[in-house]
Design a protein around this ligand. Sequence first.
Ligand code: NAI
Ligand code: MG
Length: 357
Amino acid sequence: MQKIAVIAGDGIGQEVMPEGLRVLRAVAERFGLALRFDEFHFADCRYHEQHGQMMPDDWKDQIGGHDAIFFGAVGWPATVPDHVSLWGSLLKFRREFDQYVNLRPARLLPGVRSPLAGLQPGDIDMWIVRENTEGEYSSVGGRMYAGTEREIVLQETVMSRVGVDRVLRFAFELAASRPRARLTSATKSNGIAITMPYWDERVEAMAAQFPGVAVDKFHIDILCAHFVQRPQHFDVVVASNLFGDILSDLGPACTGTIAIAPSANLNPTREWPSLFEPVHGSAPDIAGKGIANPIGQIWAGAMMLDFLGHREAHNAVMAAIETVLADPAAPKTPDLGGRASCAELGEAIAKAATTVL
Ligand code: NAI
Ligand code: MG
């Protein structure tokens, strides 16, 4: 029995989560998977309104023993400032559950229009692996002489050998498992002349252990241009926290609507639960209307199945998403140019997931 902590969160999280669960339950039944879903009603802004904090003090005991966390979205800026809701929930999970890999696919799917001209489904098919615990996002630094002419502000990048090597190893293993076996590293060793040459050095050292993987590297600026001009080149892209943050929005953006993209925060050692969520947020502008696209949530569920060892069920969900997207007669939410509701699209994918393959 694998235990999954379910947290729907705020806004459209409440609407897309039931569809994510609908599809997971459908494939669990089809493939005989023993999954248990436990719902938790914290890490959302309503909880904050009632309790003055985002989560109960014992949150770690409540969900730390689960095999995975299936997450919707957090944030309701009308009542709780975004830095409070985010730092009080998702960032705690990332840090305390040592989710040191942020993994996002960028794939151009059938029936979805890329903002880039002339691309066919399949032309973009890459994984972006972002370091998720150190790097440029550090709390080392400070402000001196605040508010005076001499004001000085410092924030240090922190790269540890353990931290860099473990995310690189994950990325190389992923690349080695893919048909093209190509790994691209994001760097900026010309400008950031201490930490980035170190990053490059560790990439080279790791590459020596993976002779089957073709490795290249680009400075982050031209890499962004390549994402737009020749996304076909990329297979697995590995990057530090800041560069990965940028690339992991740019990659999915090149494939069309952000409503489709999923994201995983992984603790690959499996000491702690990993977290699977859509890339999008709580979308207050459309929340409550029943028109949110549930595919990001459903695809995040597929990633979770894969991580939990259920490759066949993962493949069925992905095939179901592609089948429904490619079928002009199938329901589509307004962001995809259709008029269907969130639940209608979710039902269509759940139905397809029980038959395709
Ligand atoms: P957002 O992703 O919630 O929305 C951006 C735009 O995309 C909106 O116009 C929205 O309607 C549209 N959109 C998003 N998801 C959609 C879906 N599934 N179907 C159709 N349209 C969709 O980003 P925004 O507006 O910047 O942030 C809103 C709140 O969400 C904030 O509180 C923010 O902090 C939070 N947020 C939370 C994230 C998380 O839980 N990981 C990630 C991003 C934002
Ligand atoms: Mg981001």
